[in-house]
Structures are given as C-alpha cells and as structure tokens.
Design a protein around this ligand. Structure first.
Ligand code: NAD
Length: 478
C-alpha cells in the first residue's frame, strides 16, 4: 500500500487492527483519485470481531436502560459535533453535493440516534398478558451490513436501536463508502460505550459480509443493500436460522391523479428522483400520469431536469454530482442505452457524458417519455438520475402499474382530493407512501413489501426489530 493516503483499519474490541496486507481503495468519484484505503477483510477478521461482540454482550445486555439511553444520546451529540467532517467525508466518497451532505447525510443520523433514544425511554419493555409477563430482550450479536448511498445514516439506523436494546454489533460498512464508520466508532467510544459493543470490519460483501451472514455465533443480520445481495444474505442466514432483516431495492411510483396540480407533482417528482444523485432506494423513478396529460408532464419534467446542474459536488451551485463508482456510472448509462433501444423517447439527458466533465463518474440527468410499464427501465432498479414517464388511462390501471414490479418500498400520490389520495395510497403495495409531497418522517417505520425487504427501521418499529420476546408464566402461587 502506498502511504500517500490515510488508511482506515478495522475496529475490533476497542482497538485499531494492524498488519493488513490486502487493501481496498476508497475513491473520490468526482476526481477518480484515491482518498483512503481500508483493509480487504477476511472471514478471520469477521471471527475476531464477532468474538469481541460476544465478550461484550454479557455486560452490555445487563447495563440499565437509563445508561444505554444516555449513551445513545451522547452518540447523537458526538455526531452533531462532527457534522462538517461527516458531510465532507460523504461528499468525498459518495459524490453527493455538499449542501445535501450537510442537510441530510450528516444531520439525519443525529436525528435518528436521538429519536431512537427517546423511543427506548417510552418503549413497552415489559407487558402483562394474563398470567404471563412478556419481556423484550436483546437478540444477541447483530451483524449490520450497510450500503454506500447513505453510509452513516444506514449504520446509525441499525447501531442506535441495536445498542439501546442491549445487543452488541459488528458493522460491515460498504467498501465504497467506509469513511464515516470509523467516525461513528470513535463517537460511540467517546460516549462511554464499552469496547467490543460496536466493532467495525471492512471488506467486500461476498467475503466479509458473507462470513458474517453465515457465522454460527451471529444471532441476527440486519442488511441494507440490493435485492440480489439480500437474497444471498437470507440464504446464508437460514443455515443457522438467524433473524435476517432485509432493507432492499425499490422502483417506486409517483402516481399523479388527474385532479392534481400537475406542475407541482412533476417538479416534486423530479426532485425526489434526482435526490442524492438519483441513488436513493425509495426514489420515485416512475412518474405515472394520465395519458391526456402525458406530453405536458414530459415537458415539465424535462424543464425541471434541465435545472439540475451537474458538476463538482463541492461547488454550491451543483445539484447532481458524480455517481458513486465507475461501475455504477456504467450500469446507469447501460440502462439509458437500453431504454432507447427498447423504444422509449428521450426527453432529457442521455447516455453520453455531460459536457465538460471528462473526469469523474458523471451521467446526465435523464427523462424518458412514453415508457411501457413492462419495459426493463420501468421494472429494474437503475439507481441513478433516470426518470420514466408512464401514461395511464384509469385509476385502476395506474394502481396496477404502480404495483406491477417486484418491489414495494415507497411511492407517492398527488391529488387535490385528500380522501381520494389516501384511498389510492392504501392500494399501493409498498411500505411508505407520501401524499402531495409530504416530508420524510424519521420516526415512522421504513421498509419494504415484497422484494424490497421484510424489515422495518426507524422509530418504535426499528427498535422492536432488535428485540427478542420472552414470556414468563407464573403460577397463581407466585
Ligand atoms: P450492495 O447490495 O451491493 O451492498 C450492500 C452491502 O452488502 C455492502 O456492504 C456490500 O459489501 C454487502 N454485500 C454485497 N454482496 C454481499 C453478499 N453476497 N453477502 C453479504 N454482503 C454483501 O448494495 P449497494 O450497491 O451498496 O447499495 C445500493 C442498494 O441498496 C440499492 O439496491 C438500494 O435500493 C439499496 N438500499 C436500500 C435501502 C432500504 O432501506 N431499503 C436503503 C439504501 C439502499
């Protein structure tokens, strides 16, 4: 390894590891330059981290709730104190605009950690059912495997509730965006959490991720990532009957009803689809509009897309930075070419690189018109700034198109009639639906139907996910 960039290492039992010989480059997608390196972890590294988590479990699971709540509150404070550093790290490794990193990538984890602490304070840790007392207890050692698109948020959405419930954790961050995991480990230690309660192991999914998912001593895997990798994690976890919570991909629909304010709905839809450089699991990537309004909607979408300035994510005027990796750029461009080949009309963007950006993993924000609901670009998760406008002829058909993919993560309904919007939202087979552009609620359960996963994160539901349930029956005599 060259010494020209700072290396991150694993964090196991409160110690930075040494002696690694294989490394993974962490690359700035805007400059294509190496920012850092992390160890290419092995199954042996996963073993060490799991052993540290097992050792810490006996003590941590018995720490009074009050102390665990205080510790997670201190984590929230510690993250808040380092928000600028966190935002800079996420922009550097993922390529999302600095403004978005500051407003969302760095601040959401603070809200999620403090929200989880508040939920734990009021949580029904015990309840009485007849003669039985039901206790919520920690599941045990949790492997948390996270993606690169919201790297710190995804980690905190697992680590905070897991620790509050008394579990110990081995976190395997994405090898593409691993930088904030070490900041989290430092903050957790600074909050007084004992060594071994949170461990971080770096490496590639099929190696370290798979080792954790199949590990005989890991009790639970909480996985966020692609549906394909989630399927593999579930299969590995099944060998030892682990609890496996999956938060997977999406292909969400923005269903605009005929009575909606079309311009508002389209502009909000484009902004949602292109948020985080279009790399968002619940992004509304399919815009469903009444056939009679299709051309008007396409024109508005293309106009809105043109306002998304692509470029250096550290510049204040940039609204879309590079995609996170070369592989991601090639995949997204491949889908744009596929859309054209399958006969969709290109209304904005396209597969060629944006003008003047010959370095960095950039793609042009793209809008397709007249997309068939069964086309590849309307069925598969592209994970880039690509919007498909799909015409429909009736409300029933719109609902059927919205529900017509293998995914079921998010969605939106726009209508002037709140009752009609709610009725349509209830018909969507997805875990979240936002009506008329309602804001994200970090205390509401987040997760998917069907192949978007089986878990629920955030708020009370997110805490329940990390609890076992025990019933103790007592006889009438006590
Ligand atoms: P990915 O599936 O490639 O990787 C996610 C994590 O899993 C990484 O840490 C990776 O190293 C690991 N991994 C990969 N293959 C593995 C395997 N075979 N066994 C064990 N671990 C493995 O996903 P990504 O490219 O990092 O992230 C993008 C995907 O994540 C998209 O599909 C997106 O929709 C999804 N996502 C879902 C949510 C949600 O809450 N539902 C949130 C964010 C991202």
């Amino acid at each position: 390894m060259s010494a020209s960039v700072p290396a991150r290492t694993h964090w196991i039992g409160g110690t930075r590891t040494t002696g690694h010989t294989r490394w993974i480059d962490v690359v700035d997608p805007a400059t294509e330059e190496r920012l850092s390196v992390v160890p290419a972890g092995t199954a042996a590294d996963a073993d060490l981290a799991v052993a540290a988590a097992v050792r810490a479990f006996g003590h941590w699971s018995g720490v009074p709730l009050r102390e665990r709540v205080d510790a997670v509150r201190a984590v929230a404070k510690g993250l808040a104190a380092r928000q600028d550093e966190i935002a800079a790290a996420v922009t550097a490794e993922v390529g999302v605009p600095t403004v978005f990193s500051q407003r969302v990538q760095a601040s959401l984890p603070v809200a999620v950690a403090s929200g989880a602490a508040a939920v734990a304070e009021d949580f029904a840790w015990t309840e009485q059912i007849g003669r039985s007392t039901v206790f919520r207890e920690p599941v045990g050692v949790v492997a948390a495997i996270t993606p690169w698109n919201f790297p710190l948020h995804q980690a905190v959405a697992k680590v905070a509730p897991a620790l509050l419930a008394g579990n110990t954790v081995v976190l395997k961050p994405s090898e593409i965006a691993p930088l904030t995991a070490m900041i989290l480990a430092e903050v957790v230690r600074g909050a007084g959490v004992p060594d071994g309660v949170l461990n971080v192991v770096h490496g590639r999914g099929p190696e370290v991720g798979a080792a954790l998912a199949s590990h005989p001593v890991v009790d639970m895997v909480s996985f966020t990532g692609s549906t394909g990798a989630g399927r593999s994690v579930a299969a590995l976890g099944a060998r030892t009957v682990k609890r496996v919570a999956l938060e997977l991909g999406g292909k969400s629909a923005n269903l605009v009803l005929p009575d909606a304010d079309l311009l508002t709905a389209v502009r909000a839809g484009v902004a949602n689809c292109f948020m985080n450089n279009g790399q968002m699991c619940w992004a509304w990537t399919r815009l469903l509009v009444p056939a009679a309004l299709h051309d008007q909607a396409v024109e508005a979408a293309a106009e809105a897309a043109a306002a998304f300035t692509v470029g250096d994510p550290t510049l204040p005027g940039t609204r879309i930075g590079p995609l996170a990796s070369a592989a991601q750029r090639d995949r997204v461009r491949g889908y744009i070419e596929r859309g054209i080949a399958d006969g969709a009309r290109l209304a904005a963007g396209g597969p060629t690189p944006p003008d003047g950006l010959d370095r960095g993993y950039y793609v042009r924000p793209t809008v397709f018109a007249g997309v068939s609901p069964t086309a590849v670009i309307a069925q598969e998760e592209i994970f880039g700034p690509v919007l498909s406008v799909i015409p429909y002829s009736s409300e029933d058909e719109a609902v059927s198109i919205a529900n017509g993919t293998r995914y079921g993560l998010g969605g939106a309904v726009f209508s002037a009639d709140p009752d009609r919007a709610l009725a349509v939202a209830r018909r969507l087979r997805t875990g979240q639906v936002d009506i008329n552009g309602a804001a994200f609620n970090e205390a509401a359960p987040f997760g998917g139907y069907r192949q978007s996963g089986n878990g629920r994160e955030l708020g009370r539901f997110g805490l329940e996910e990390f609890c076992e349930v025990k019933s103790i029956q007592r006889s009438a005599s006590g």
